[in-house]
Design a protein around this ligand. Structure first.
Ligand SMILES: *Cc1c(COP(=O)(O)O)cnc(C)c1O
Length: 376
């Protein structure tokens, strides 16, 4: 249960209740509550324009979107992916009967290290599934080059990358497709929800069939479809959220800048650098606590914050490759994933959301600083 006065890692922004009620009235009048209704169509269209992408298909959540993406692209065998992510990335492979192959990451951005991908390719490899961790764009050029040479597909888990652009282009246009999550904890939320972005019109169509049991028309089922549709009530909510998302991203950016300014010069606290030509969405604020320099462990800082009613989160600890479901795989062994192991041991995501008060940020940093100083 959430307690008043406590500060959690995130807090959702909600649409205006009166505006939402007005939109709900149109649903009550039309009695169309799901199955590609008017609001669903409008939401797809407005999102496509906002994100500056070719095609988008809405889903009931990001995990079902990932699972459906793999099915629609007929991915089988082995897929090279990252252990430093939310567990749904790898689960989506397992639910398709695909063997995940874990690749180590870069310490500077938390993303899959493209230089380590090639050594993991086997005759069974059919795709690469990278994640833009914390909204940091992956090294798409290198990943695409490998995929082109070996004939692999690229499925981006872009759950953290809503609205992220590099050099004025949406990074959601990269690879064969990108999967978004609109879960309550993300910068852009529709309570639960997700979407797939693709440049390929035919693929967009197949995704639409697959999320609706595989129906291409009343009597044709084109494959093993599922029910992963977004309904009209959620589409209405999403349409309103779109009005506020830019304002929310700016607020998150200001909070991030305040954190950065206050945290500089604390020994043993490492922050990730921002790339110059990237428009970020500021979904997370991860700090990396280097035990030896800081003098205390990440977990003791985490506990100390908790005792003060501040609930930071260790995204992503444990690594996916350390969960019982995956730890038996050869690629899950610790010696193959040293950088991922380091980051998982050091990371702490501090609270960040549009309504977070500046004085809360000051308090959080003060607690961290106190921890650093008591050890001197
Ligand atoms: C949130 C998240 C998902 C899952 O999305 P849901 O909409 O919650 O199903 C998948 N991958 C990553 C990296 C995520 O952060």
């Amino acid at each position: 249960m959430k307690k008043k006065g406590n500060i959690y890692v995130t807090e959702p922004s909600l649409p205006d209740l009166e505006e939402y009620t007005e939109l709900l009235k149109t649903i009550w009048e039309s009695k169309q509550i799901t199955n590609n209704g008017e609001l669903h169509k409008r939401f797809e269209q407005e999102l496509q324009q906002y994100l500056n992408v070719k095609h988008i298909s809405l889903f009931s959540n990001g995990t079902l979107a990932l699972m459906t993406a793999l099915k629609a692209l007929r991915i089988t065998g082995e897929v090279i992916t990252t252990p430093y992510s939310f567990v749904a990335t790898t689960h989506s492979l397992h639910w398709n009967g695909i063997k995940p192959v874990f690749c180590d990451i870069n310490p500077h951005d938390g993303n899959i290290n493209p230089d380590k991908i090639e050594a993991l390719i086997t005759p069974q490899t059919t795709a690469i599934m990278p994640v833009h961790v914390y909204g940091n764009p992956c090294d798409n050029e290198k990943i695409q080059r490998i995929a082109d040479v070996y004939g692999l597909k690229i499925i981006y888990d872009a759950a953290h990358a809503f609205g992220v652009e590099k050099g004025n282009e949406s990074i959601l246009n990269w690879g064969d497709l990108s999967v978004l999550s609109f879960h309550a904890t993300k910068t852009f939320n529709t309570v639960e929800g997700g979407a797939i972005v693709t440049k390929d019109e035919k693929l967009k169509k197949r995704l639409d069939y697959f999320k609706n049991f595989g129906f291409a028309n009343e009597t044709t089922v084109i494959g093993y479809g599922i029910n992963a549709k977004m309904n009209e009530l959620i589409s209405a909510y999403g349409l309103l959220q779109l009005h506020d998302v830019d304002k929310n991203i700016i607020l998150r950016k200001e909070k991030t800048q305040l954190y950065r300014q206050l945290l500089q010069n604390i020994k043993g606290i490492r922050l990730l650098d921002e790339m110059e030509d990237v428009r970020y969405n500021y979904t997370y604020f991860p700090v990396f606590i280097e035990n030896k320099q800081f003098g205390k462990s990440r977990d003791s800082v985490y506990e100390e914050l908790k005792q003060n009613g501040i609930y930071a989160r260790r995204y992503f600890y444990p690594l996916i490759s350390d969960f019982p479901a995956y730890r038996g795989l050869p690629s899950a062994q610790k010696e193959h994933l040293p950088e991922a192991g380091n980051m998982a041991r050091q990371v702490l995501c501090l609270p960040l959301y549009a309504d977070l008060e500046n004085r809360s940020i000051e308090r959080i940093v003060e607690i961290i600083r106190r921890n650093a100083e008591t050890t001197k």
